[in-house]
Design a protein around this ligand. Sequence first.
Ligand SMILES: *[C@@H]1O[C@H](CO)[C@@H](O)[C@H](O)[C@H]1NC(C)=O
Ligand SMILES: CC(=O)N[C@H]1CO[C@H](CO)[C@@H](O)[C@@H]1O
Length: 234
Amino acid sequence: WGAETMESPSLHLCKGLLLTASLLTCWNAPTTAELTIELVPPMVAEGGNSVLFVHKMPLNVQAFYWYKQKDPTKSYEVARYLTPDNTTSKMPQQSGRKTVFYSGSLLIRNVTQADSGFYTLLTFNTEMESELTHVYLEVHKPVAQPVLQADDTTVKEGGSLTLTCFSEDPGLSIRWLFNHQSLYFNGRMTLSQKNSRLSLDPVRREDVGEYQCEVSNGYSSKTSLPIQMSVTSE
Ligand SMILES: *[C@@H]1O[C@H](CO)[C@@H](O)[C@H](O)[C@H]1NC(C)=O
Ligand SMILES: CC(=O)N[C@H]1CO[C@H](CO)[C@@H](O)[C@@H]1O
């Protein structure tokens, strides 16, 4: 029954102020708390794309403004939408790395650490009621490239081999690649040290090829340079 909630007096004060100089003094009206903003994906690293996805934009939206700040201050405006009578541009509207869609959602491409911070969406519906919603975007540093080391790159058939994946970032998940595909594990292989060490014993001719490790932390991943293994006969 949220739609039937009584309109608060301060919302009435905002009526008629849309698109006038008083607009930005009018933002702190209580909201109906229906609109939410979801970060898609939930975590992003530098160089990735982030969508500030708007759920439940009022159907009768008249205008909306995005600010890169917690307060809706004009100098921090990053995007706006006004209905046909006051259209500033067609949707989607693009400026630099940012695109704003008719749905209200804001796409930021190729994010940098400087994009981190609060984003605020201010909406007005046709009744001139305003809603103010914040979301905090944190841009993480991407993981560093891991370094793969082998105790030897030429192994005798029947001998053993150990590969170690070194990474600066703790607590990462590690994936092993063989000839650029996920490594197929068999009974001659052992993983240890939280998957950062791969041992092959005994080594066979079919183990000849390129090995790599890939580290990831959920929002970014990096692959090591390959190590070429060769196997000699006994
Ligand atoms: C992303 O931004 C960086 C600078 O932050 C720039 O060097 C790079 O070329 C950009 N990449 C793309 C695909 O636009
Ligand atoms: C129809 C409508 O609301 N028009 C308004 C568009 O914005 C200008 C100010 O930029 C107003 O003067 C108009 O009344």
